[in-house]
Write a protein that binds this ligand. Structure first.
Ligand code: IPE
Ligand code: IPE
Ligand code: MG
Length: 226
């Protein structure tokens, strides 16, 4: 059985769910948050140590202002409301991506990270204004400036995901088979599951089914596995 330390999720399909069920994309984002809370609890129950959630990409700024504002309000309210609960559950938070939001949101994110920084049950990496290409270019610039040798280990040290083991399992909901600029370097050997269900319809059971399948896969890492 494969060990499972790190699950990364592209939480896709909120907009379509909202349009279909409530005639509004934003209603899908709200419902998507319910799934986020459930999946966090299941991840803890499964004793998985890292959960990376793709919440907003560097490309998502192309969306209408109304939707972007709604998403960030949702995040802000969630953090304010749930921070103590996250702390009680011994959850650590790390934001990956470029924190160039409003001063208010930047401060909120920083203080949440700080408050939760010593927690050890589960580390949630929240990918916000995250894009893999930007991350790699920034890391390469820093590596070059440092004068250190260009190798895998040194590059890893300048990535946003520094000190986080690579994902063992990547899940994308929403029936779309692409990576959308997510962790391109880190998922070199991840097992990838594309899930048909839209994120708000993704349930604990769907998650557990994928985890069970993952556990049984022969992971070769280039070797032969007989
Ligand atoms: C993913 O759901 C969540 C974010 C990008 C914030 P979408 O909003 O992309 O939902 P669809 O893919 O349009 O249905
Ligand atoms: C990927 O979903 C980003 C997040 C889930 C945050 P998108 O819906 O933005 O991806 P594309 O644009 O369909 O590739
Ligand atoms: Mg989408």
């Amino acid at each position: 059985m494969n060990p499972l330390k790190h699950v990364a999720i592209i939480m896709d399909g909120n907009g379509r769910w909202g349009l279909k069920n409530k005639s509004s994309r934003n209603a899908g984002h709200k419902q998507g948050l319910v799934t986020v809370e459930k999946i966090i609890q299941t991840t803890i129950k499964q004793n998985i140590k890292y959960l990376t959630l793709y919440a907003f990409s560097t490309e998502n700024w192309k969306r209408p202002k109304k939707e972007i504002n709604y998403l960030f309000n949702l995040l802000e309210n969630f953090l304010k409301k749930k921070l103590n609960l996250l702390h009680k559950q011994n959850i650590k938070l790390k934001v990956i991506g470029v924190k160039n939001f409003s001063i208010k949101l930047n401060n909120l994110l920083k203080s949440a990270e700080k408050k939760l920084s010593k927690n050890t049950t589960l580390q949630i990496n929240l990918a916000l204004n995250y894009g893999s290409k930007t991350e790699l270019i920034d890391a390469l610039k820093k590596l070059k400036k440092s004068g250190e040798k260009i190798n895998e280990k040194n590059l890893n040290n300048y990535l946003q995901t520094k000190n986080i083991p690579d994902p063992d399992l990547l899940i994308r909901t929403g029936n779309t088979h692409r990576l959308s600029n997510f962790l391109l370097w880190q998922i070199a050997y991840s097992e990838i599951f594309f899930e048909k269900k839209l994120w708000p319809d993704f349930k604990e059971n769907d998650y557990i089914k994928i985890i069970k399948k993952f556990r049984l896969i022969k992971r070769n890492f280039g070797n032969i596995n007989e």
